[in-house]
Write a protein that binds this ligand. Structure first.
Ligand SMILES: *Cc1c(COP(=O)(O)O)cnc(C)c1O
Length: 331
């Protein structure tokens, strides 16, 4: 394993994943820019294959495996975007993917994994118990366990988002990135800071169970209680034995901001009603931070990463309806 990730790894990742991953557009935020008083742009990872950026990291990791290792298949423990990405990429790369889930995971999430070619194995009543199956597959069948964020190949894959932002907005000076385990912001910050060292890279999480925020505050990876949030794709810890992303965030990220459930709901409603974008809670936290006035001195060329689109449409419509009065106050 290398002892550092560098920009060359991001460019290598981009070439490796090109056949599987889409280059997504960066578009002007027509409705948000006037409210923010500056030129805001959206990076639309909502249009990425599987509906979230995680396909990038999964593709870079799986395509980096030696052929004979890849042929034994891959496994992971994830109810959400990571599980779908691993399944999708494995199918494209012609290998098996087993996604391990607990008995508590609802049928629609299992169906979403099967729909992109993944096998689902159910075990136990928690994520930790489900992980036992993944460890067994690794041990007994030689499958490769794909970490959702704390792996250099994952970080480099997610960092390709940052390479594209710099190409499309060369003078980018502020980038807002949703944060959970920190693979996305770690890779993106590498790309942005290499091109524009003066640019600010700001992470945004929900204010309930923000593991990276609390860990940075504590100066080391710590456990946080997991609570329900509209930003469900940002839940989960950063691993107590975190090897990569804690350090990357400490070194490269300028600020970490927290947003409330109400602010996330407003951002989802705003994106749907005013921009006509379907964005899941975890993908909308950057917009939430801007709308809430939590980004200080928004600069001239701001990019906001809309990291995923995977939200139940009934739920999104309900959220938008609940925010109708607030949307009216915007004029
Ligand atoms: C996983 C995920 C994130 C956070 O990525 P990390 O690399 O874990 O910080 C943000 N948004 C969406 C939609 C995700 O699925």
């Amino acid at each position: 394993m290398p002892d550092a990730i560098n920009l060359g790894d991001l460019y290598a990742a981009r070439q490796r994943i090109a056949g599987i991953v889409r280059r997504t557009p960066l578009v002007p935020a027509e409705a948000l820019s006037p409210l923010a008083g500056t030129a805001v742009h959206y990076k639309l990872e909502t249009l990425q294959a599987t509906g979230a950026f995680k396909t990038r990291g999964a593709a870079n990791k799986i395509l980096s495996l030696p052929e004979e290792v890849r042929a034994r298949g891959v496994t992971t423990v994830s109810t959400g975007n990571h599980g779908r990405a691993v399944a999708y990429v494995a199918r494209a790369a012609g290998c098996r993917a087993v996604v391990c889930l607990s008995e508590l995971v609802p049928e629609n999430k299992k169906a979403a994994i099967r729909a992109v070619g993944g096998e689902v194995k159910v075990h136990g009543r928690s994520q930790d118990e489900a992980a036992e199956i993944a460890f067994a597959l690794e041990r007994d069948e030689g499958m490769t366990l794909i970490n959702p964020f704390d792996d250099p190949a994952i970080v480099a894959g997610q960092g390709t988002v940052g390479l594209e932002i710099v190409e499309d907005l060369p003078r980018v000076d502020t980038v807002l990135v949703p944060v959970s385990g920190g693979g996305l912001i770690g890779g993106v910050a590498m790309a942005i800071k290499a091109a524009n060292p003066w640019a600010r890279v700001i992470g945004v999480s929900m204010d309930r169970g923000a593991a990276m925020y609390e860990s940075q505050k504590a100066g080391k990876p710590i456990l946080v209680e997991e609570v329900e949030s509209l930003a469900d794709s940002l839940g989960g810890g950063i691993f107590l034995d975190n090897k990569w992303t804690f350090r990357l965030v400490r070194g490269l990220v300028d600020d970490l901001i927290l947003v409330t459930e109400e602010e996330i709901a407003r951002a989802m409603a705003f994106l749907l009603d005013r921009e006509h974008f379907v964005v899941e809670g975890g993908g909308a936290v950057g917009v939430a931070a801007i709308l809430a006035g939590k980004v200080k001195n928004p600069s001239e060329n701001c990019a906001v990463l809309l990291s995923g689109t995977n939200v139940d449409s009934k739920r999104l419509r309900r959220i938008a309806a609940e925010q109708a009065d607030w949307l009216d106050t915007l004029g």
